[in-house]
Ligand binder design. Structure first.
Ligand SMILES: [Zn+2]
Length: 57
C-alpha cells in the first residue's frame, strides 16, 4: 500500500494525500483539477444563458 501523506499548510498536521480536508482544522488541502474544469464549464453555461436572456429582452 502506498500511504502518501502531505502536510496541512494551515496547522502542519500530516494528512493522507487522498484527503481533501484536514481532519484537525478542516482546511481544504487541494482542489481536484476536474473540479476546476467543471467550474469553468458551468461559468460558460451561465454566461451563455445570461447573454441569451439579455439579447432577447
Ligand atoms: Zn490542518
Amino acid at each position: 500500500m502506498n500511504k502518501k501523506t502531505i502536510r496541512c499548510r494551515s496547522c502542519g498536521r500530516q494528512v493522507s494525500a487522498s484527503a481533501r480536508h484536514c481532519p484537525r482544522c478542516g482546511t481544504v488541502l487541494k482542489m481536484p483539477a476536474s473540479g476546476i474544469f467543471v467550474l469553468i464549464f458551468l461559468a460558460f453555461i451561465i454566461i451563455g444563458f445570461a447573454i441569451v436572456i439579455i439579447f432577447k429582452l
